[in-house]
Design a protein around this ligand. Sequence first.
Ligand code: HEM
Ligand code: HEM
Length: 182
Amino acid sequence: MKLDTADQLSAITKMLHWLVAIFMIALLFAGVYMVETEAGWLYPWHKSFGFLLLFIVIVRVAWRIKNGWPSPVGQYSTIELSLSKFIHWLLILGTLLLPISGLLMSYYAGHGIDMFGLEVIGKNIDPENPEKAIAHSKALASFFHSVHHWSGYIIIAAVTLHVVGALKHHFVDKDETMKRML
Ligand code: HEM
Ligand code: HEM
């Protein structure tokens, strides 16, 4: 398998970056949209695609460990290098934390876990009202709900900075950073 070099990123790095990027951006938008507009129909899709993304993210993290981080294409200030490193770490951690906190929030709230209708963990049905679920732990469901909510908004800010940085490299510095990822 070909690893990244200073002037060329491997096909695996590029494929995993864009696959995760598209899924993440769509799920962030869908998450905020469904909460703000109470679009109940979107919840099962959000959860199923979020769960699916977790598997891709695990492959990506394994690839990062094997391959290391791509080295910068040019000479940049220490501040710029540290900021990009920090944001890359935040993005990778966010791509793990969001699906995991989402799954744990749903599990502890008693809603069970399924992917596109395929049941992984059954709903904890309330015998008095089979339409409803009984929480396994209200405290843990609420904790993971907060983690999901706050990490969602932190990652939206991080992705925005990341995209601004990528555009700066392409249009202001006019370097190879963006071309290397495309
Ligand atoms: C339109 C949106 C995006 C653009 C234009 C973009 C662009 C780029 C570019 C040019 C690089 C290479 C940086 C370098 O060589 O140092 C990069 C790396 C990276 N991007 Fe993005 N990106 C986007 C969205 C995202 C999203 C949504 C995530 C995750 C939530 C993400 C996570 C990362 C990470 C972790 C790296 C470090 C290298 C790697 O692990 O592959 N990006 N991105
Ligand atoms: C990488 C994957 C994911 C991303 C980026 C993501 C992102 C988001 C965002 C930004 C919100 C809105 C937060 C708010 O305004 O409070 C949200 C809400 C939600 N997410 Fe996710 N999510 C992901 C995966 C999951 C998974 C795997 C599940 C469950 C199996 C899940 C369940 C939920 C639920 C139930 C809500 C609504 C919470 C409420 O009603 O307040 N998410 N998600």
